[in-house]
Ligand binder design. Structure first.
Ligand SMILES: Nc1ncnc2c1ncn2[C@@H]1O[C@H](COP(=O)(O)OP(=O)(O)OP(=O)(O)O)[C@@H](O)[C@H]1O
Length: 264
C-alpha cells in the first residue's frame, strides 16, 4: 500500500474575477506530494503556480476540490494553526525592515510564547543552520544584508517553528547566478538534513532540474505533467518538450566547452 501523501491536491479549482472575465488560475489540479519530497513547480507567468502554493496554507481558498495535509482536509483546520506547521519563504525574504535579523528569525517562536532565552538560543541555532555567522549578523537590519544573506535569514525564519513542510515562492529568483546556485544547493542539503517536504516555485527549469526530486509543470491553470527530471527529459508532451529545449541546448554547449570531468 502507498503511504499517505503529506500534501494532496484533489481536483482543485480556483477562479478569480478579472477585468476581462473569470480567470481559472487553478483548473482541476490533482497532485500528491510525498513526505520528504522536494517538488518544484514551473510554468510561465500567470500559469497558476503561486495560487497552487497559497492554496496549501489557506492564504487562498479553493472553489472546488480538496487539499489534505497528512490526511487531514485543511478546510477543517484553523488557518493560523495550519500556517504555523508550514514554513514559507518569499522572494526577497520579505523580512520586516525595522526588525533585526534575530527579531525576524525569532518572531514565530516569540508569538508562540517561547521564553526570550529559548528564542535567542533557537535564533543562534538557526543562524548556524543557514551558515550565517552569529555575532556578525544577529543584530543587523535587513537593509544591511546582501540579497543572498536576506534569503538565508528568510529560510531561517521559515524553519523557526520546526515545520515539516516548507513552501517557497521564487526564493532565489532575484539573486545573481552564483549566489542562487550556492543558496539552492545549501537549501537542498538542509531539506535532506531536516527531513523536510519542500514545494518550490521557480521560473528556471534548469534550477528545478538540478534541485528537485520531481517537477510539476503548470500551464494556464492546468497541471500539464509531474515527474522526475529524467521523466520530463523523456516526455513527449509538446509543452514539456519545449521547456526542456533550453537546458538541453545549454548542456550541449557546456559539454562542448568544458573539459570532461575527471580527465585532468
Ligand atoms: N487575487 C487575484 N485576483 C484576481 N486574479 C488573480 C489573483 N491572483 C492571481 N490571479 C490571476 O490568476 C492567474 C494565475 O496567477 P498566479 O499568480 O497563480 O500565477 P503564477 O504562475 O504564480 O505567475 P507568476 O509567475 O507571474 O508569479 C493569473 O491570470 C492572475 O492574474
Amino acid at each position: 500500500m502507498q503511504p499517505t501523501p503529506l500534501i494532496s491536491y484533489d481536483r482543485v479549482h480556483k477562479t478569480f474575477a478579472g477585468p476581462a472575465g473569470a480567470v481559472a488560475a487553478v483548473d482541476d489540479v490533482s497532485l500528491d506530494i510525498a513526505e520528504g519530497e522536494f517538488l518544484a513547480i514551473v510554468g510561465s507567468s500567470g500559469s497558476g503556480k503561486t495560487t497552487l502554493l497559497r492554496l496549501a496554507n489557506r492564504l487562498i481558498e479553493p472553489d472546488g476540490g480538496s487539499i489534505r495535509i497528512a490526511g487531514e482536509d485543511i478546510s477543517r483546520l484553523e488557518p493560523v494553526a495550519l500556517r504555523r506547521r508550514i514554513g514559507t519563504v518569499f522572494q526577497n525574504g520579505a523580512l520586516f525592515p525595522h526588525m533585526t535579523v534575530a527579531a525576524n528569525i525569532g518572531i514565530t517562536p516569540r508569538l508562540l510564547g517561547t521564553a526570550p532565552k529559548a528564542v535567542a538560543a533557537r535564533v543562534d541555532e538557526l543562524l548556524d543552520l543557514v551558515q550565517l555567522d552569529r555575532a556578525a549578523h544577529r543584530d543587523r537590519l535587513p537593509d544591511a544584508l546582501s540579497g543572498g544573506q536576506r534569503q538565508r535569514v528568510g529560510v531561517a525564519r521559515a524553519l523557526a517553528a520546526g515545520p515539516r513542510i516548507v513552501l517557497m515562492d521564487e526564493p532565489f529568483g532575484a539573486l545573481d547566478p552564483l549566489t542562487r546556485d550556492t543558496l539552492g544547493s545549501d537549501y537542498r542539503a538542509l531539506h535532506a538534513q531536516l527531513g523536510l517536504t519542500t514545494v518550490m516555485i521557480t521560473h528556471d527549469i534548469t534550477e528545478a532540474l538540478l534541485l528537485a526530486d520531481r517537477i510539476a509543470v503548470m500551464r494556464s491553470g492546468h497541471l500539464v505533467e509531474a515527474g522526475t527530471p529524467a521523466a520530463l527529459a523523456a516526455s513527449r508532451e509538446p509543452y514539456v518538450a519545449e521547456l526542456m529545449t533550453t537546458p538541453r541546448r545549454q548542456a550541449a554547449r557546456l559539454a562542448a566547452l568544458l573539459p570532461e570531468s575527471g580527465a585532468a
